[in-house]
Write a protein that binds this ligand. Structure first.
Ligand code: CO
Length: 198
């Protein structure tokens, strides 16, 4: 079972060591990533790969529809560790066009627990109803909702007490909002960065 994955792992580890014999020894001793990625669980949005970063360079939190709900202990634990212990400099909330979670939030179908998880997206939808209903094409409307969701989650992260306290201590940490295109493999910066000036 899973032989293809095990063989893939052995080949990957061998490649890394061939390029840099101390690669894993160094990582074993310490992780010091400068970035926290908050992204969607979607298998087509592999965090490290998209931005060309190696193990050790990106601290990652992923969930359905890249949410940062201020009551979610999992996300908050990641955020606190990233900000207070790892002292990351940049936090990126990364949504993606064509997100199934975004579509599921507003299609009116019932799926169970995930409907509750997606509730914050329905709130974003409600808050921007005039803008969204003015977009006639469904795909474009949902893509805009993806962007609006990222913008809301950036606000959540930037206003969180862990981040606010870090800023008050003089720590430099910025929160960015990005959207990834499954069709081109490219990230778009939504220019909603929050944090200290320059
Ligand atoms: Co998604």
């Amino acid at each position: 079972m899973l032989d293809r994955l095990k063989a893939g792992n052995a080949a990957w580890a061998a490649d890394k060591v061939a390029a840099d014999p101390n690669f894993f020894k160094r990582l074993e001793a310490q992780q010091a990533p400068e970035y926290l990625w908050i992204g969607c669980s979607d298998s087509r949005v592999p965090a490290n790969e998209i931005v060309g970063l190696d193990p050790g360079e990106l601290f990652v939190h992923r969930n359905v529809a890249n949410l940062a709900p201020p009551q979610d202990a999992n996300y908050l634990s990641v955020l606190q560790f990233a900000v207070e212990v790892l002292k990351v400099k940049h936090i990126m909330v990364v949504g993606h066009y064509g997100c199934g979670g975004i579509a599921a939030a507003v299609d009116g179908k019932r799926r169970g627990l995930v409907d509750h998880w997606l509730h914050p997206i329905r709130e974003v939808h409600e808050d921007h109803l005039p803008e969204l209903t003015a977009i006639p094409e469904e795909k474009a409307r949902l893509d805009r909702l993806c962007e609006l969701n990222v913008i809301r989650q950036v606000k959540n992260v930037a206003s969180d007490v862990f981040v606010q306290d870090a800023l008050a201590r003089g720590q430099k940490v910025w929160v960015h909002g990005w959207v990834y295109s499954l069709g081109t493999g490219l990230v778009t910066d939504l220019d909603v960065t929050r944090g200290p000036a320059a």
